[in-house]
Ligand binder design. Structure first.
Ligand code: GDP
Length: 368
């Protein structure tokens, strides 16, 4: 019976009634050894996803469930987008359960980044966000860097209990779990859905651990203040870096502006240091201009010279809103949630940052 079956891709309960709803699989698919829902099938074979996301209510419910378990919580964040991929409020729900904090995608950061400093910074940030993790670790799930050490830490801290892997969408949870399955036995057919599109892991997937405990992959939660949600799916490939970031350095005077494609903008109002270093996807086009020309340029060339967004998405693209900052550090990072960050030199410099309505901009002492 279909309702007793689960998709081995995303874990959702299979149904054969409604092709537009979650978990649909055609009757003919049910006789296969490994059943996957149509959504996962499409993704696997055509690299195409239907857009489905977890509502905030469902998310709260999921968090609530975690507090009632006796388990190790493994919280994964995207180190390239730490704030943006942080699950707000998790600490209020986990009860007494220990949380292991894992920073994924460390391969994206320039090699010059000192990993020990980064771990230290993550601990500090976690504490500011109200979370006291029992451990902090860096890895690259995609490059299989430090994955087995992460597995060892999980095994150490879980003390025989179940494990819940949580994180917002796109942090690399599925990639990580697939690596674990690959390395620690298991069936390749059980590969979990991964994609560039936020919101593809739907229901909990359970993976048996050797002592009878279980590891659960929970659904990803969409963080709406990431820039990902303002662009089309194809554009995610441009925005989300795939390779080690090559920082781009600019020497900027007062009255100069950088456009990060058509997605964000930075004006140098009053510079105390000139040097501006951009840490964003290598594929993302950064355009330099005079601030006095910037509004016109944006108006006339959004979707062309300044793209993404694509021409056809321009009409639905949110208006940019500006925020002015006086920079508190000798080197300050201006973080554009989901897009990357820009290090501006010179304490007391005044800059204006522009992002689409709803997307976050934050400051932090320079990471690098
Ligand atoms: P999930 O939504 O948290 O399950 O995330 P996925 O595992 O589907 O990964 C989201 C995107 O990030 C995919 O395009 C992955 O290829 C990519 N990704 C996952 N892990 C890494 C990593 O360690 N480094 C890099 N550069 N990309 C990663």
């Amino acid at each position: 019976r279909p309702e007793d079956m689960m998709c081995s891709g995303c874990g959702v309960t299979i149904q054969t009634e409604d092709a537009n709803k979650l978990g649909y699989a055609p009757q003919s698919a049910l006789s296969r050894d490994v059943v996957i829902c149509q959504r996962c099938f499409r993704l696997k074979h055509y690299n195409e996803v239907q857009d489905v996301s977890l509502t905030d209510d469902d998310f709260l419910q999921l968090l609530n469930q975690l507090g009632q378990k006796d388990a190790l919580i493994v919280k994964i964040v995207d180190i390239f987008d730490f704030d943006g991929s942080w699950l707000q409020g998790l600490h209020r729900f986990v009860g007494n359960n220990p949380v292991l904090l894992v920073g994924n995608k460390v391969d994206l950061l320039p090699r010059s980044v000192n990993r020990r400093r980064l771990v230290h910074w993550m601990k500090k940030m976690a504490s500011e966000f109200g979370l006291k993790p029992i451990g902090v670790h860096l890895m690259s799930a995609a490059r299989n860097d430090e994955v087995s050490e992460t597995a060892r830490l999980i095994d150490k801290w879980r003390e025989g209990k179940d494990v819940y892997i949580v994180g917002s969408t796109n942090v690399g949870k599925s990639t990580f779990i697939n690596q674990l399955i690959k390395q620690f036995g298991g069936d390749d057919e059980l590969m979990i859905t991964t994609s560039n599109v936020p919101g593809t892991t739907l229901d909990m997937i359970d993976i048996p651990l050797d002592d009878g405990a279980t590891m659960f992959d929970t659904p990803g939660i969409i963080n709406h203040h990431q820039i990902h949600h303002a662009v089309g799916k194809d554009d995610l490939k441009t925005i989300i870096p795939q390779k080690e970031i090559k920082p781009k350095v600019f020497q900027l005077d007062d009255g100069q502006t950088l456009f990060f494609a058509g997605l964000a903008r930075l004006d140098i109002v009053k510079s105390q240091g000139k040097a501006v270093v951009c840490y964003m996807s290598n594929e993302l086009n950064i355009h330099r201009t005079k601030t006095e020309k910037a509004d016109d340029l944006y108006e006339n060339h959004l979707g062309e010279l300044l793209s993404p967004p694509k021409t056809e998405d321009v009409s639905s693209f949110p208006k940019l809103k500006e925020q002015e900052f006086k920079l508190p550090e000798e080197k300050t990072d201006i973080v554009f949630s989901g897009l990357g960050w820009v290090t501006v030199h010179g304490e007391g410099s005044i800059v204006r940052a522009y992002v689409p309505e709803g997307v976050n901009v934050t400051l932090r002492p320079a990471l690098i």
